[in-house]
Design a protein around this ligand. Structure first.
Ligand SMILES: [Zn+2]
Length: 240
Protein backbone atom coordinates (compact mmCIF):
# COMPACT_ATOMS: atom_id res chain seq x y z
CA UNK A 1 0.00 0.00 0.00
CA UNK A 2 1.42 3.35 -1.00
CA UNK A 3 1.22 6.18 1.49
CA UNK A 4 -0.69 9.16 0.19
CA UNK A 5 -0.16 11.31 3.24
CA UNK A 6 2.85 13.64 2.77
CA UNK A 7 3.88 13.40 6.40
CA UNK A 8 3.83 9.60 6.19
CA UNK A 9 5.80 9.64 2.96
CA UNK A 10 8.48 11.80 4.51
CA UNK A 11 8.63 9.53 7.56
CA UNK A 12 9.12 6.52 5.30
CA UNK A 13 11.78 8.31 3.28
CA UNK A 14 13.73 9.22 6.41
CA UNK A 15 13.63 5.61 7.59
CA UNK A 16 14.66 4.46 4.15
CA UNK A 17 17.58 6.84 4.21
CA UNK A 18 18.67 5.55 7.63
CA UNK A 19 18.68 2.01 6.28
CA UNK A 20 20.52 3.07 3.16
CA UNK A 21 23.17 4.80 5.20
CA UNK A 22 23.66 1.68 7.34
CA UNK A 23 23.88 -0.40 4.16
CA UNK A 24 26.44 1.97 2.66
CA UNK A 25 28.56 1.95 5.80
CA UNK A 26 28.46 -1.85 6.03
CA UNK A 27 29.32 -2.21 2.36
CA UNK A 28 32.27 0.08 2.91
CA UNK A 29 33.51 -1.89 5.95
CA UNK A 30 32.97 -5.09 4.07
CA UNK A 31 35.11 -3.93 1.19
CA UNK A 32 37.85 -2.79 3.55
CA UNK A 33 37.93 -6.10 5.35
CA UNK A 34 38.14 -7.97 2.10
CA UNK A 35 40.97 -5.70 1.06
CA UNK A 36 42.71 -6.33 4.36
CA UNK A 37 42.47 -10.08 3.81
CA UNK A 38 43.99 -9.63 0.37
CA UNK A 39 46.90 -7.64 1.82
CA UNK A 40 47.50 -10.24 4.55
CA UNK A 41 47.46 -13.08 2.04
CA UNK A 42 49.89 -11.21 -0.20
CA UNK A 43 52.29 -10.81 2.73
CA UNK A 44 52.18 -14.54 3.48
CA UNK A 45 52.79 -15.22 -0.18
CA UNK A 46 55.73 -12.81 -0.25
CA UNK A 47 57.47 -14.46 2.72
CA UNK A 48 56.61 -17.91 1.32
CA UNK A 49 58.32 -17.01 -1.95
CA UNK A 50 61.37 -15.82 0.00
CA UNK A 51 61.51 -19.12 1.91
CA UNK A 52 61.24 -21.11 -1.34
CA UNK A 53 64.03 -19.03 -2.89
CA UNK A 54 66.29 -19.68 0.09
CA UNK A 55 65.42 -23.38 -0.01
CA UNK A 56 66.38 -23.52 -3.69
CA UNK A 57 69.69 -21.77 -3.03
CA UNK A 58 70.42 -24.15 -0.17
CA UNK A 59 69.75 -27.16 -2.37
CA UNK A 60 72.06 -25.74 -5.02
CA UNK A 61 74.86 -25.23 -2.48
CA UNK A 62 74.39 -28.71 -1.07
CA UNK A 63 74.59 -30.21 -4.57
CA UNK A 64 77.83 -28.28 -5.19
CA UNK A 65 79.19 -29.57 -1.91
CA UNK A 66 78.36 -33.16 -2.87
CA UNK A 67 80.24 -32.70 -6.14
CA UNK A 68 83.27 -31.39 -4.27
CA UNK A 69 83.09 -34.38 -1.88
CA UNK A 70 83.08 -36.69 -4.88
CA UNK A 71 86.05 -34.93 -6.44
CA UNK A 72 87.90 -35.10 -3.11
CA UNK A 73 87.29 -38.79 -2.73
CA UNK A 74 88.50 -39.36 -6.28
CA UNK A 75 91.69 -37.39 -5.64
CA UNK A 76 92.31 -39.30 -2.40
CA UNK A 77 92.00 -42.55 -4.34
CA UNK A 78 94.51 -41.18 -6.81
CA UNK A 79 96.97 -40.45 -4.00
CA UNK A 80 96.55 -43.93 -2.49
CA UNK A 81 96.94 -45.57 -5.92
CA UNK A 82 100.05 -43.56 -6.78
CA UNK A 83 101.66 -44.17 -3.40
CA UNK A 84 101.01 -47.90 -3.65
CA UNK A 85 103.04 -47.96 -6.86
CA UNK A 86 106.13 -46.43 -5.22
CA UNK A 87 107.68 -49.62 -3.69
CA UNK A 88 107.65 -51.45 -7.01
CA UNK A 89 109.23 -48.63 -9.03
CA UNK A 90 112.59 -49.47 -10.55
CA UNK A 91 113.94 -46.23 -11.99
CA UNK A 92 114.73 -42.96 -10.30
CA UNK A 93 113.05 -41.02 -13.09
CA UNK A 94 109.78 -42.90 -12.71
CA UNK A 95 109.99 -42.54 -8.92
CA UNK A 96 110.27 -38.78 -9.19
CA UNK A 97 107.39 -38.65 -11.64
CA UNK A 98 105.08 -40.59 -9.31
CA UNK A 99 106.10 -38.48 -6.29
CA UNK A 100 105.23 -35.39 -8.30
CA UNK A 101 101.88 -36.92 -9.19
CA UNK A 102 101.18 -37.62 -5.50
CA UNK A 103 102.21 -34.11 -4.57
CA UNK A 104 99.92 -32.54 -7.17
CA UNK A 105 96.98 -34.70 -6.07
CA UNK A 106 97.55 -33.76 -2.43
CA UNK A 107 97.67 -30.10 -3.31
CA UNK A 108 94.43 -30.54 -5.23
CA UNK A 109 92.90 -32.22 -2.18
CA UNK A 110 93.79 -29.32 0.06
CA UNK A 111 92.26 -26.98 -2.45
CA UNK A 112 89.03 -28.99 -2.60
CA UNK A 113 88.92 -29.22 1.20
CA UNK A 114 89.18 -25.44 1.38
CA UNK A 115 86.33 -25.07 -1.06
CA UNK A 116 84.21 -27.52 0.93
CA UNK A 117 84.89 -25.50 4.05
CA UNK A 118 83.77 -22.38 2.18
CA UNK A 119 80.58 -24.13 1.07
CA UNK A 120 79.89 -25.22 4.63
CA UNK A 121 80.11 -21.63 5.78
CA UNK A 122 77.77 -20.47 3.00
CA UNK A 123 75.33 -23.28 3.76
CA UNK A 124 75.44 -22.51 7.48
CA UNK A 125 74.68 -18.82 6.97
CA UNK A 126 71.92 -19.49 4.45
CA UNK A 127 70.41 -22.18 6.62
CA UNK A 128 70.22 -19.78 9.52
CA UNK A 129 68.58 -17.15 7.32
CA UNK A 130 66.08 -19.72 6.11
CA UNK A 131 65.24 -20.79 9.64
CA UNK A 132 64.54 -17.17 10.55
CA UNK A 133 62.29 -16.78 7.52
CA UNK A 134 60.56 -20.06 8.37
CA UNK A 135 59.73 -18.62 11.78
CA UNK A 136 58.54 -15.36 10.19
CA UNK A 137 56.32 -17.28 7.84
CA UNK A 138 54.84 -19.43 10.59
CA UNK A 139 54.15 -16.33 12.69
CA UNK A 140 52.61 -14.48 9.80
CA UNK A 141 50.45 -17.45 8.84
CA UNK A 142 49.20 -17.76 12.40
CA UNK A 143 48.39 -14.06 12.55
CA UNK A 144 46.60 -14.15 9.21
CA UNK A 145 44.59 -17.20 10.22
CA UNK A 146 43.47 -15.49 13.44
CA UNK A 147 42.54 -12.26 11.64
CA UNK A 148 40.82 -14.24 8.91
CA UNK A 149 38.60 -15.92 11.49
CA UNK A 150 37.70 -12.51 12.96
CA UNK A 151 36.99 -11.01 9.58
CA UNK A 152 34.95 -13.96 8.43
CA UNK A 153 32.80 -13.73 11.55
CA UNK A 154 32.29 -10.01 10.92
CA UNK A 155 31.51 -10.59 7.26
CA UNK A 156 28.89 -13.19 8.17
CA UNK A 157 27.29 -10.75 10.63
CA UNK A 158 27.36 -8.03 8.01
CA UNK A 159 25.72 -10.30 5.49
CA UNK A 160 22.94 -10.98 7.97
CA UNK A 161 22.42 -7.28 8.63
CA UNK A 162 22.49 -6.54 4.93
CA UNK A 163 19.89 -9.23 4.24
CA UNK A 164 17.61 -7.82 6.97
CA UNK A 165 18.16 -4.26 5.74
CA UNK A 166 17.41 -5.26 2.19
CA UNK A 167 14.11 -6.77 3.31
CA UNK A 168 13.15 -3.66 5.29
CA UNK A 169 14.27 -1.52 2.43
CA UNK A 170 11.98 -3.16 -0.08
CA UNK A 171 9.09 -2.91 2.36
CA UNK A 172 9.63 0.83 2.76
CA UNK A 173 10.18 1.34 -0.94
CA UNK A 174 6.92 -0.40 -1.79
CA UNK A 175 5.02 2.11 0.33
CA UNK A 176 6.54 5.18 -1.30
CA UNK A 177 4.89 6.47 -4.51
CA UNK A 178 6.95 5.78 -7.61
CA UNK A 179 7.83 9.40 -8.53
CA UNK A 180 9.03 10.18 -4.99
CA UNK A 181 10.90 6.89 -4.89
CA UNK A 182 12.68 7.68 -8.15
CA UNK A 183 13.53 11.16 -7.03
CA UNK A 184 14.89 9.78 -3.77
CA UNK A 185 17.06 7.20 -5.52
CA UNK A 186 18.46 9.71 -7.97
CA UNK A 187 19.27 12.14 -5.15
CA UNK A 188 20.98 9.41 -3.11
CA UNK A 189 23.30 8.83 -6.03
CA UNK A 190 23.96 12.50 -6.80
CA UNK A 191 24.01 13.90 -3.28
CA UNK A 192 26.45 11.56 -1.55
CA UNK A 193 23.89 9.47 0.32
CA UNK A 194 21.74 12.29 1.69
CA UNK A 195 18.46 12.78 -0.14
CA UNK A 196 16.13 13.70 2.70
CA UNK A 197 17.00 16.66 4.92
CA UNK A 198 15.45 18.81 7.57
CA UNK A 199 14.45 22.43 6.99
CA UNK A 200 15.35 24.41 10.08
CA UNK A 201 14.70 28.10 10.69
CA UNK A 202 13.92 28.58 7.05
CA UNK A 203 17.10 26.95 5.77
CA UNK A 204 17.79 23.64 4.03
CA UNK A 205 20.11 21.56 6.25
CA UNK A 206 21.50 19.80 3.20
CA UNK A 207 23.02 22.82 1.48
CA UNK A 208 22.53 25.43 4.26
CA UNK A 209 20.79 27.80 1.84
CA UNK A 210 17.80 29.89 2.88
CA UNK A 211 14.53 28.55 1.44
CA UNK A 212 12.18 30.95 -0.36
CA UNK A 213 9.31 31.88 2.01
CA UNK A 214 6.66 30.26 -0.23
CA UNK A 215 8.56 26.94 -0.15
CA UNK A 216 8.98 27.13 3.59
CA UNK A 217 5.30 27.96 4.05
CA UNK A 218 4.25 25.05 1.83
CA UNK A 219 6.16 22.76 4.15
CA UNK A 220 3.74 23.64 6.92
CA UNK A 221 0.73 22.86 4.77
CA UNK A 222 2.09 19.37 3.94
CA UNK A 223 0.12 19.14 0.72
CA UNK A 224 2.95 17.82 -1.37
CA UNK A 225 6.49 16.47 -1.03
CA UNK A 226 8.76 19.54 -1.19
CA UNK A 227 12.27 19.90 -2.50
CA UNK A 228 14.97 22.47 -1.84
CA UNK A 229 15.24 24.72 -4.92
CA UNK A 230 19.03 24.96 -4.40
CA UNK A 231 20.15 21.32 -3.95
CA UNK A 232 16.92 19.53 -4.94
CA UNK A 233 16.93 17.44 -1.78
CA UNK A 234 13.60 16.37 -0.31
CA UNK A 235 12.90 18.57 2.70
CA UNK A 236 10.79 18.12 5.79
CA UNK A 237 10.06 20.20 8.85
CA UNK A 238 11.84 19.43 12.09
CA UNK A 239 9.98 18.57 15.25
CA UNK A 240 6.97 16.92 13.65
ZN1 LIG B 1 19.22 22.44 -0.14
Amino acid sequence: MEATDVQEQMRLLKQLQDIDSVVASISHDRQQMQQELGTLDAEVERIGAMVSGLQENLEGLRAERRELEQALSQERDNVVRAESRLPSIKTQKEYVAVLKEVDTAKKMNRDIEERIKGKDEEIGALDQEKQEKDRDLAGQEEQVAARRREIETSLAEMDNTLATSEKERSEFLAQIPLTTRKRYQLLMKRRGGTAVVEARQGACQGCNMQLPPQVYNSLFRQEEVMTCPHCNRLIFLAGE
